[in-house]
Design a protein around this ligand. Structure first.
Ligand SMILES: [Zn+2]
Length: 387
């Protein structure tokens, strides 16, 4: 049992594709299409689904009312404001997280890296909530969990809790500003890497610290990565500092990041510095995009969950106007520029665009999102093939 789709724009031309057992089992040029019943894609472009490399599911405000923020003078004040504003909203937290996941799926995101807040006050309650959703969405979304000490690993004395979270489903050790928040780079990083070695876990550290403070922290993260043999298992999120030092300084860091296979994750901020993506990429560093803010939250009212729109924003920001650089957006989303091989998982998006460059430039609506060959979301879900 399988399903033919005809008139699919894929691999640079129109093809018929055969979906079977969750994979792309056949790709034939339109002229060679077999005379069998097929679902007509009407020339829609097919691209692999996206990944979102940095998500918080436990911070969203309701979208049916306005929660007022006030101006804060420091990061600690921001942390406190977030706790204060979220506390009375606890009861709807899971529903809001679920609705974010549905929204992401409808935009074509099928894998997420989720940072879950952990501190002595909330304990592992947010982890339990995200674990339930991880189960609920099994088969459509894959979710990996970062145990994230938002209030500071050392500052909030959360090492034991993070340790526990890593026994209860989190697979990545998080952290935030070893200098700026924890005020002890060595204590923070040695705890993070000890936890990661003890649990065979990956590492993903929020690094907002600016300029040379951030750069020094990055150097120490690289040292710890090397010493603990965690090459290919470490990511640094945000890393604004890479854009706040000279190009030569960031080049030297980029080379070492590439050697140690440390990934950089950015939400493509337009209100702050962001890592020099072209430089990092040229040196072979993996750079991925993440939403960070999914809508309204205590940090910003400008979040959004559409990864293709985020890729578009990056191209726009860097003035990537040519075809080659527009196509280059896709790997940052964990996707490709509409290229499939026989045997690939049938995880794809159909959208109205004439080529991948066009889609990266316009971020058109997602008409159908397929996971393992099954239509699961999208504007035309009702009209999709039935499997
Ligand atoms: Zn974050």
């Amino acid at each position: 049992m399988g399903q033919w789709l005809s008139n699919v724009l894929v691999n640079g031309d129109f093809h018929s594709i055969f979906l079977e057992n969750g994979t792309i089992a056949q790709i034939l040029p339109a002229a060679q299409a077999p005379e069998v019943p097929a679902w007509d894609a009407q020339g829609m472009l097919m691209v692999p689904t996206f990944k979102d490399y940095h998500v918080h599911l436990d911070k969203a405000f309701p979208d049916d009312r306005w929660v007022s923020r006030h101006k804060v003078g420091s990061l600690y004040a921001q942390f406190q404001m977030e706790k204060d504003l979220l506390a009375p909203l606890k009861s709807g937290q899971k529903e809001r997280a679920r609705s974010i996941l549905q929204q992401m799926l409808a935009f074509g995101t099928t894998h997420l890296r989720v940072h879950v807040d952990i501190d002595p006050e909330i304990g592992l309650s947010h982890l339990a909530m995200v674990r339930e959703l991880q189960e609920e969405f099994l088969g459509t979304l894959t979710i990996e969990i970062v145990a994230f000490p938002q209030q500071g690993l050392i500052r909030s004395q959360s090492i034991n809790l993070i340790n526990q979270a890593l026994q209860e489903g989190a697979t990545i050790v998080g952290g935030v500003d070893p200098a700026g928040v924890d005020r002890d780079i060595e204590a923070c990083l040695s705890a993070i890497f000890e936890l990661s070695v003890a649990h065979d876990a990956e590492v993903d550290i929020h690094l907002h610290d600016p300029g040379h403070l951030g750069l020094f922290t990055l150097e120490r993260i690289m040292d710890y990565t090397e010493q603990s043999g965690k090459m290919g298992k470490v990511a640094v999120s945000h890393a604004y500092c890479l854009d706040e030092v000279s190009e030569n300084e960031s080049l030297a860091i980029a080379r070492r990041l590439a050697t140690l296979d440390i990934a950089i994750i950015t939400s493509v901020p337009i209100d702050s510095a962001m890592p020099r993506v072209a430089q990092l990429r040229a040196e072979g560093v993996r750079v991925y995009l993440g939403s960070d803010h999914t809508g309204l939250d205590a940090w910003t009212p400008f979040g959004f969950t559409d990864q293709l729109m985020r890729g578009r924003r990056m191209a726009d920001k860097y003035r990537w106007n040519d075809d080659e650089r527009l196509r280059s957006v896709y790997p940052h989303l964990g996707s490709t520029a509409g290229l499939f091989q026989i045997g690939d998982p049938a995880d794809f998006i159909l959208l109205a665009a004439v080529n991948p460059e066009h889609a990266a430039a316009t971020a058109p609506p997602r008409e159908i999102v397929s996971v393992r060959g099954v239509p699961v979301a999208g504007r035309q879900l009702q009209n999709a093939w039935k499997i």
